[in-house]
Design a protein around this ligand. Structure first.
Ligand SMILES: Nc1ncnc2c1ncn2[C@@H]1O[C@H](COP(=O)(O)OP(=O)(O)OP(=O)(O)O)[C@@H](O)[C@H]1O
Ligand SMILES: [Mg+2]
Length: 631
């Protein structure tokens, strides 16, 4: 039989072997017995612990704390427990109290079993912190098992994909994966199952309402504590907006560099054409219509017209290529251009739905007609067997988020839609249509400059152009142009090819020999007195000496040395009422086009015909608005 001593030792060894702190207190809260676990928890010797007040030892206070479990335990005679942070020990404690009932059915002593739960608590807090990061992440964070069945779905996933957590969890990832990508996704998941990972993979996903969005995906394995892979975590960032922005930026940069090149070519080319046009016009004027050369000369003029249409396209997407803007009712432009177009293309049925009180826009009318004509011709090409062309206008207000990617101001715009029921485009074609020289038409049918110039003209007018197209169904172009507050000045249209004559004195300034030569002869034919200068300096000297005689100056904008802009400023200083027609093949620098804004009377684009020039001159000298350009 074991001795009492042996039993005591065995009991004490058991008591001390328990890692939890265990101690007994009497009704005065004095510690009667304790194990080594308590000594370890409070960092004292067992001998110093016995006889101490428990609240002093554990909480370092001199009174029974409010959270003490003993009063409740005495009342209920049953086990009590709580968890608390003990700053004095710098630990989280779980306190369990058990009553020892005495002979008189009173609580004689209370056993405390205290477990140090600091580590567990810290892990819990970390988990909560992580959960909060996941909850508040801007990226969609989704977890699935290895069969792609969704196990968690955060708030951002709800926002990005449109399904709420209840709909998504338990469902399969297929709900957001486009059909054609499922196989690939399956391969990814298999790869992850074998321990791999995928980072920053750009692809598309679909939302609940069927929209396709661009996402950047990162996939990684979810492991159990033993290291077994039990699922996949998906982090998806919605990069749709970013991609759009990037594409627009690339487009803008591309257009800018090609535009500079195009502008340079157009400028030189237009000066050459001016010479050809001028000489042909002059010869025509002096040739009897019955002469065999007469028709050939007309053909030359026609060819120059075609060449000049080509350079006009180039100028469209050249930087700053926007000159004579006028407050305009866009409906009239559509009306006029579509009527002209419809007359020649009988197989196309034009449906117009124009807003009655369309807001006014300030535009270069010639360029806008070019825009519309390009769109009509493209639509016509897209409908080889005929079809419907819908032209619509409306007043719209664009908000900040709509205009932001275009770096434009929110506010009132007019919207112009040109829609056809033609062959449409696939995605790849659609991405490239605004590129200069991109064409899907056979050699000789298209140059690929049409939409590039449309894009250039619209962006030069601080507008927006968008395209929607469905292969085999048709295409819709939407154009937005900012509204202007100015009133419309209706032009007096004289449709005739009669040359208007005059007898005033004109100072002609240009650095190109053949331009001076032909223009001078044209002006003299019209009856004017002509002074000519081959450069800015010479022009200023001539102007100073003949100021009172000169009724009008025709001034080339781009010349070496003193350029047109400077000449204009100095003439204006000498005579604030000086009348000037600016002429150019193209304005390369912004300063030059500023001149027009500073009050030059008119602008004439080279190459110009004698009729055009004669109208411009009368317009400026007589102060009326004529328009021979859209005959
Ligand atoms: N309405 C449309 N329907 C279908 N495809 C179109 C439409 N408009 C343009 N495209 C496509 O965009 C391409 C580029 O058009 P763009 O007007 O710039 O050049 P183009 O018409 O080919 O030649 P150009 O206008 O210089 O004579 C076209 O070749 C065509 O593939
Ligand atoms: Mg075209």
């Amino acid at each position: 039989m074991r001795s009492i001593q042996e039993a005591k030792e065995e009991w004490e060894a058991t008591f001390d072997a328990i890692e939890d702190a265990i101690f007994l207190i009497d009704e005065t809260f004095t510690i009667q017995r304790a194990n080594k676990g308590l000594a370890k928890l409070v960092g004292k010797n067992l001998t110093d612990i016995i006889g101490q007040k428990c609240y002093k030892l554990l909480h370092d206070i001199d009174h029974v704390p409010k959270f003490c479990l003993r009063p409740l335990l005495v009342k209920t005679f049953s086990y009590q427990s709580n968890e608390l942070w003990e700053p004095h020990l710098n630990r989280y404690l779980q306190i369990n109290c058990y009553p020892i009932i005495g002979a008189k059915k009173e609580v004689r002593e209370v056993i405390h079993v205290i477990r140090d739960i600091t580590e567990r608590q810290k892990t819990l807090q970390e988990l909560e912190y992580l959960a909060s990061v996941v909850r508040h992440s801007q990226d969609a964070i989704i977890s699935t098992d290895l069969n792609c069945q969704i196990t968690s779905w955060n708030k951002a996933a709800e926002r990005i994909f449109g399904y709420d957590g209840k709909e998504a969890v338990g469902n399969y990832m297929d709900i957001i994966i486009p059909e054609e990508q499922r196989k690939k996704c399956q391969l990814f998941v298999e790869e992850i199952g074998e321990g791999g990972g995928i980072e920053n993979y750009e692809t598309t996903r679909k939302t609940k309402d069927g929209k396709s969005i661009d996402v950047d995906l990162t996939l990684s394995p979810i492991k159990e504590s033993e290291g077994d892979i039990i699922g996949v975590s998906f982090i998806a960032r919605d990069v749709t907006y970013q991609k759009q922005l990037e594409a627009k930026l690339i487009q803008a940069q591309k257009m800018e560099s090609i535009g500079t090149l195009a502008g340079g070519i157009a400028h030189d080319f237009n000066n050459l054409l001016m010479g050809i046009q001028g000489y042909a016009s002059l010869m025509l004027l002096k040739t009897d219509p019955l002469h065999p050369h007469y028709e050939m000369l007309r053909k030359i003029e026609e060819q120059v017209q075609s060449a000049s249409d080509l350079t006009k396209q180039l100028l469209g997407f050249a930087r700053g290529g926007r000159y004579e803007t006028k407050p305009t009712n866009f409906n009239e432009l559509i009306h006029r251009s579509s009527e002209m177009f419809g007359r020649t293309k009988k197989e196309i049925v034009i449906h117009s739905k124009l807003e009655k009180d369309l807001w006014t826009v300030e535009v270069d009318q010639g360029q806008m007609e070019q825009v519309l004509l390009n769109l009509y011709v493209n639509a016509w090409h897209a409908m080889p067997g005929g079809g419907n062309l819908y032209l619509e206008t409306s007043n719209v207000t664009l908000n900040e988020s709509y205009v932001k990617p275009y770096d434009l101001e929110a506010g009132n715009y007019i919207k112009i839609s040109v829609t056809d029921t033609g062959i449409g485009m696939d995605k790849k074609t659609k991405q490239r249509i605004f590129d200069p020289f991109f064409t899907t038409k056979e050699m000789g049918r298209g140059t690929g400059l049409g939409l590039a110039s449309v894009y250039g003209i619209i962006t030069n007018h601080k507008g927006i152009i968008t395209v929607y197209s469905e292969k085999d169904y048709g295409t819709k172009f939407n154009i937005y142009l900012p509204v202007c507050e100015k009133a419309i000045t209706p032009p007096t249209r004289i449709v005739s090819d009669k040359i208007l004559k005059g007898a005033e004195t004109i100072l002609l300034v240009d650095d190109e020999e053949q331009v001076i030569d032909t223009t001078k002869q044209m002006l003299e034919y019209m009856g004017y007195m002509v002074l000519s200068a081959r450069g800015g300096k010479e022009a200023l000297v001539l102007y100073q000496d003949n100021r009172d005689r000169i009724d009008l100056v025709i001034l080339d904008l781009i010349m070496p040395g003193t350029n047109g802009g400077e000449v204009y400023n100095q003439m204006k200083a000498l005579n604030p009422d000086v009348r000037v027609i600016l002429s150019s093949g193209y304005s390369l620098n912004d300063e030059a086009s500023e001149v027009f804004k500073r009050g030059a009377n008119a602008f004439i684009q080279k190459p110009f015909s004698i009729v055009e020039l004669s109208y411009k001159i009368r317009e400026v000298i007589d102060g009326i608005s004529l328009s021979p350009m859209h005959m």
